[in-house]
Design a protein around this ligand. Structure first.
Ligand SMILES: Nc1nc2c(c(=O)[nH]1)N=C([C@H](O)[C@@H](O)CO)CN2
Length: 117
């Protein structure tokens, strides 16, 4: 299966478990891999038949900066459901990194893979 991907999408938002995290935005970085058949888009050269990575990026940014959640787990589950429901994708891998969370680490985060049923 073919893949459309987005690497290191930067979004600033309120996210976190602790009170101090609810007062100022933090950076999140998303890596997304979406399985899809690209043949119709390639043969027609038509963006409407492609998984538009710009539209996916915008949807991720809008959702992530909407209603705040505490856990990265909650956020990536919500985003995986949105991508599978709203785009022509059979499987999505989402990795979110929160580089400021653990000062001794380069970055930390959560990765999931979800399949359309
Ligand atoms: N598995 C997770 N562990 C932690 C999370 C998280 O979202 N998922 N969040 C925090 C805090 O919000 C942290 O980012 C602040 O230091 C801690 N562990």
């Amino acid at each position: 299966m073919d893949k459309v991907y987005i690497s290191q999408l930067h979004v600033e938002t309120i996210i976190g478990v602790y009170d101090f995290e609810k007062e100022s935005k933090q950076s999140l970085y998303f890596d997304i891999e979406m399985l899809t058949d690209i043949s119709a888009a390639a043969q027609s050269d038509d963006i409407h038949l492609a998984v538009d990575y710009a539209k996916v990026s915008e949807r991720i940014s809008v959702h992530t900066t909407g209603q705040p959640v505490e856990l990265l787990e909650t956020l990536v589950e919500q985003l995986a459901e949105i991508i599978l429901n709203e785009f022509n994708v059979t499987q999505v891998m989402l990795r979110v990194s929160k580089p400021a969370a653990v000062s001794a680490a380069k970055t930390v985060g959560v990765e999931i893979t979800r399949v359309k049923h």
